[in-house]
Design a protein around this ligand. Structure first.
Ligand code: SF4
Length: 181
């Protein structure tokens, strides 16, 4: 860990936010976490800039669009330990079902234009949507991952165990502590 207080980050890529809901289900342990470390970048603290150095980063969700790709690479560069946080980050899971549905343009057309014939008319009038990657992938297919924390979502006890072990300078032993789904 760095000489200053440990720095934590979390990020939400292509996921449903359920893993972050489980993080919030740490409940009173969030006070213990705030006493032990600084959460500098996360949807739950609404930070706008990525700090230059992070000790532990939890990544929820798969890589589904260009923004996900860019954010993941930035966080990897700046993080000492990067954790695939939940099944979507670990395997692609629900987010990767898009891969089975004919590709991003067909999914966009169906989702936003309600076109039953599924003709791939590119919805250029939707600039708020970042360009979708052709194929959704789990994060380890883009960057090196230090720990995989499966679960849909991971149980708060597992999140707590993994984060506090790292904060204590120990390597979390996740054997037998996790399950998919
Ligand atoms: S792993 Fe489950 S809870 Fe987490 S983002 Fe994916 S679908 Fe949501």
């Amino acid at each position: 860990m760095s000489s200053t207080r440990p720095r934590l980050a979390t990020a939400w890529l292509g996921g449903c936010s359920g893993c972050h809901m489980s993080f919030l289900d740490l409940d009173e342990r969030l006070f213990d976490l705030a006493a032990a470390a600084d959460v500098l970048f996360s949807p739950v603290v609404d930070a706008k800039t990525i700090p230059p150095e992070i000790d532990i980063t939890l990544i929820e969700g798969a890589v589904a669009n260009e923004d996900n790709l860019e954010l993941l690479k930035h966080l990897r560069e700046r993080s000492r330990f990067l954790i695939a946080f939940g099944d979507c980050a670990v395997t692609g899971n629900v987010t990767a079902l898009r891969n089975l549905a004919g590709g991003p343009m067909l999914v966009l057309a169906r989702s936003y234009r309600d076109e039953s014939n599924l003709q791939p008319q590119i919805p250029t009038e939707l600039p708020v949507i970042p360009p979708l990657v052709d194929r959704v992938v789990p994060i380890h297919q883009v960057v090196q991952v230090d720990f995989h924390m499966p679960g849909c979502p991971p149980h708060p006890d597992l999140i707590w165990y993994c984060v506090t072990e790292l904060l204590a300078g120990r390597v979390p032993n996740l054997t037998g502590k996790w399950k998919f789904g």
